[in-house]
Design a protein around this ligand. Structure first.
Ligand code: UDP
Ligand code: MG
Length: 324
C-alpha cells in the first residue's frame, strides 16, 4: 500500500461526485450537532454532492432526537436506527449497505476524524485509488493505554495473519463504488473492516491524519468491546492458533519418544541407578504443562467452532428499527 505523502497530488480532472458520509453513532447526543456543523463547514465548500448517513447503533440517550433535529435543518441527512447496539462494525456495515454514492467516506461521529481530510480523500479517489485508508499519526494517539493496546494488537495480528494490516489504521476511510461493492459481497458475521479492507486488495493509499480530542463525552469502546474486536480480527483472519496446537503436539510427541528411548536403554543396560530417583516433581510438571497446553488448544478450537456456528446460522449482521 502506498503512502499519500509520496504521491504528487495532481489536480484531477474536475468531476462532480456523489459522496456519502457514513457516520455510526452510539450515545453521542451531546456531540452530533457540533460534529455535523464541523463536517458541513468543510464539505459545503466543495463542488460535490454530499449525503449524510447517520447510523444510530441502538443508543439509549437522546441520540435519536439529536439526529431528528439535525435532519430537520439539513435535508441531506438520513438517519438509520438499529434495533439494538450491534456494535461499531455492524453499524458501519448498515451505512455501507445503504449508500449509493460514487464515493463513500466512513468516519466517527465524535469529531475525532477531522473533516478537513475529506477534500484530500476525494482527490486521491479522483486520481484513481479505490481505497484511501486513514491512519492516526503517531503523536496524536489519545492515551498510553490505547497506544500500547493498538501497537501490540497490530504487531500480533500481522505476525499471525496472512493479511497485512496497517498499524494505526482507523475506520476513517474513503472507498469508491467498486470497493464498497466488494465489502458488501462479504456477508461474514464477525466483521473486522480494517482486515477486510486489506483482504479485498485494490489500489489503496494510506493518508495520515492528526486525531483531535473528542468534542464531548467519553469513548464508547469499552475494554470488553476492544477485546471482542481483537478476537474477531484474530480468529477471522488467522488459523495460526490451531497450528500452535499442531506444533506443540509434535514437540511433546518428540519428547515422549526421547523419554521412551531413555527408559528402554535403562532396561536393556540393566542400569537401575537412575530408577531410584523419585522424579515425582518433574513428572507432575510434564503432566501439568501438557494438560495446560491441551486445554488452551481445546479453547482455540472451541472459539473457531463457535465462530463457525455463528457464521453458518447466517444471521443478519444488524436489524433496522426504522429508516428516517
Ligand atoms: N460506536 C458505535 N457503536 C458502538 C461503539 C461505538 O456506533 O458500539 C461509534 C461511536 O459513537 C463513534 C465511533 O463508533 O462515533 C467510534 O467510537 P469511539 O469514539 O467511542 O471509539 P474511540 O475513538 O474511543 O476508539
Ligand atoms: Mg472516538
Amino acid at each position: 500500500m502506498q503512502r499519500s505523502g509520496r504521491i504528487a497530488l495532481m489536480p484531477s480532472r474536475k468531476r462532480k461526485y456523489r459522496v456519502d458520509l457514513v457516520i455510526p453513532v452510539y450515545n453521542e447526543a451531546e456531540v452530533i450537532e457540533k460534529a455535523h456543523t464541523q463536517i458541513c463547514s468543510v464539505v459545503d465548500k466543495l463542488p460535490h454532492e454530499f449525503c449524510f448517513i447517520y447510523v444510530n447503533d441502538g443508543s439509549e440517550d437522546g441520540t435519536e432526537e439529536s439526529l431528528r433535529s439535525v435532519r430537520q435543518i439539513d435535508r441531506r441527512v438520513t438517519a438509520l436506527s438499529l434495533s439494538t447496539n450491534f456494535g461499531h462494525q455492524a453499524a458501519l456495515t448498515a451505512g455501507l449497505d445503504h449508500s449509493t454514492g460514487d464515493i463513500v467516506i466512513t468516519m466517527d461521529g465524535d469529531g475525532q476524524h477531522p473533516p478537513e481530510m475529506i477534500p484530500q480523500m476525494i482527490e486521491l479517489i479522483a486520481q484513481g485509488f479505490d481505497i484511501v485508508q486513514g491512519q492516526r499519526a503517531e503523536e496524536a494517539r489519545p492515551s498510553f493505554f490505547k497506544k500500547f493496546t493498538s501497537d501490540t494488537f497490530y504487531k500480533f495480528i500481522n505476525a499471525v495473519s496472512g493479511t497485512q494490516m496497517v498499524a494505526g489504521a482507523a475506520d476513517f476511510r474513503a472507498l469508491n463504488r467498486q470497493a464498497v461493492d466488494a465489502l458488501k459481497a462479504m456477508p461474514e458475521y464477525h466483521r473486522f473492516l480494517r482486515g477486510m479492507i486489506s483482504w479485498i486488495g485494490y489500489r489503496s493509499v494510506i493518508l495520515p491524519y492528526h486525531q483531535p480530542a473528542r468534542i464531548a463525552g467519553h469513548s464508547k469502546y469499552s475494554v470488553g468491546k476492544m477485546f471482542r474486536l481483537a478476537s474477531d480480527a484474530i480468529f477471522s483472519f488467522s488459523l495460526i492458533p490451531l497450528y500452535i496446537g499442531l506444533s506443540s503436539g509434535l514437540l511433546f510427541f518428540a519428547l515422549a519418544l526421547i523419554q521412551l528411548s531413555w527408559v528402554l536403554w535403562l532396561a536393556i543396560s540393566k542400569n537401575t541407578e537412575h530408577v531410584i530417583a523419585p522424579g515425582w516433581s518433574s513428572l507432575m510438571a510434564v503432566v501439568l504443562i501438557a494438560s495446560g497446553i491441551i486445554m488452551i488448544l481445546l479453547g482455540f478450537i472451541g472459539v473457531y467452532v463457535g465462530y463457525i456456528f455463528q457464521e453458518v446460522k447466517r444471521r443478519p449482521i444488524y436489524l433496522l428499527k426504522k429508516e428516517g
